[in-house]
Design a protein around this ligand. Structure first.
Ligand SMILES: C[S@@+](CC[C@H](N)C(=O)[O-])C[C@H]1O[C@@H](n2cnc3c(N)ncnc32)[C@H](O)[C@@H]1O
Length: 318
């Protein structure tokens, strides 16, 4: 060991306060303010000690908002490690070290209370406060991680592929089906522009899906049933093409009286009664059928309520 290194080790660890600080940071990452409270020392002294420890690469800091938080870095070099172990032994029986640990526990309790009391005081106001995060997109993306990757999903009546792209971005292999050539062409253009792979476009009808029995893990139809002559044949087809244990998910409007939708949006049905839809799904052999009405899930003017219906194809051999 060089004499410079030896001197540096002595200079750094020769002051018991620095060893006490090292021990505290070994137990917990702390802000300067918290170290001041534990040690009962002014900021200038604490900062000077921290500077020396940081220079010796025994502690590191990171920014957390306006705070600098310090943590201990175990010495790697054998000379430093030996010296650190020796220094720790030297202060082990020091009453100041014992006091430090008790003061640390008090400071940590106060820290926890600060976090708790914030939410205790906020309570029901939190929903208004959390709006600053504007995290709708983040939440939607986070939920995508719940979808098992590699699922094959049929997007029946894909239209221009809006939902097919969402599903592909969530890691699904999508077979996007539509009876309209114009829609499929628009979908192909959109997929190319978005640079999305993992979507296979197929021409076909909902009543005669171009899919083999049990070919997909899930079948999905978003705002399609209202355009069909009748929903039952399509629901039976969707049930046929999902594997045992697979899911059928249907999203559409609840029965309504907005006749303008026939002329302006070309719909053939003014929505569906949730109980009729649930009956059609059970008749198609689906189990665990749920039709959940979604109040305020769409934000257009004068729009009816929507529902999300789901059902599961029974496992075989039961
Ligand atoms: C309102 S768009 C919905 C598109 C897409 N699912 C969405 O939410 O953006 C309805 C789609 O269903 C398709 N469609 C209508 N009747 C169909 C049928 N019998 N078989 C397959 N697709 C059909 C239409 O071509 C259209 O693309």
């Amino acid at each position: 060991m060089s004499s410079e290194l030896l001197q540096k080790i002595f200079r750094t660890l020769g002051d018991p306060t620095r060893v006490r600080i090292g021990l505290l940071l070994q137990r917990e990452e702390l802000a300067v303010q918290e170290l001041m409270e534990v040690l009962g020392m002014a900021q200038s002294r604490v900062s000077r000690h921290l500077g020396i420890l940081r220079e010796a690469a025994l502690v590191r800091d990171r920014r957390d908002g306006t705070y600098a938080l310090y943590h201990f870095v175990g010495p790697e070099e054998p000379a430093w490690a030996d010296a650190w172990a020796l220094a720790c032994r030297a202060v082990a029986d020091d009453p100041a070290t014992e006091r430090d640990q008790a003061a640390l526990a008090r400071v940590l309790r106060a820290r926890e209370q600060r976090a708790h009391s914030f939410f205790d005081s906020v309570g029901g106001e939190w929903d208004a406060l959390r709006k600053v995060w504007g995290d709708e997109l983040l939440r939607a993306r986070a939920f995508r991680h719940l979808i098992p990757s590699g699922m094959t999903v049929a997007d029946v009546g894909t239209g221009t592929g809006v939902l097919a792209i969402d599903l592909a971005e969530a890691g699904c292999h999508v077979i996007a089906i539509d009876s309209s050539e114009a829609m499929l062409e628009a979908a192909a253009r959109k997929l190319e522009a978005a640079g999305v792979s993992g979507v296979e476009l197929r021409a076909g009808t909902a009543e005669g899906l171009p899919l083999a029995d049990g070919e997909v893990d899930a079948a999905f139809a978003h705002m399609v049933l209202q355009y069909l002559e009748a929903p039952e044949p399509a629901i039976a087809e969707m049930s046929r093409v999902v594997r045992p244990g697979g899911r059928v998910v249907l999203i559409d409007f609840v029965s309504h009286d907005r006749a303008w939708m026939q002329g302006e949006l070309g719909v053939r049905h003014l929505g569906f009664a949730p109980e009729d839809l649930a009956a059609a799904m059970r008749a198609a052999g689906l189990e665990q059928v749920h039709v959940n009405v979604q109040p305020e899930a769409t934000r257009g003017a004068d729009l009816p309520e929507t529902f999300i219906a789901s059902g599961t194809r029974p496992e075989e051999n039961r």
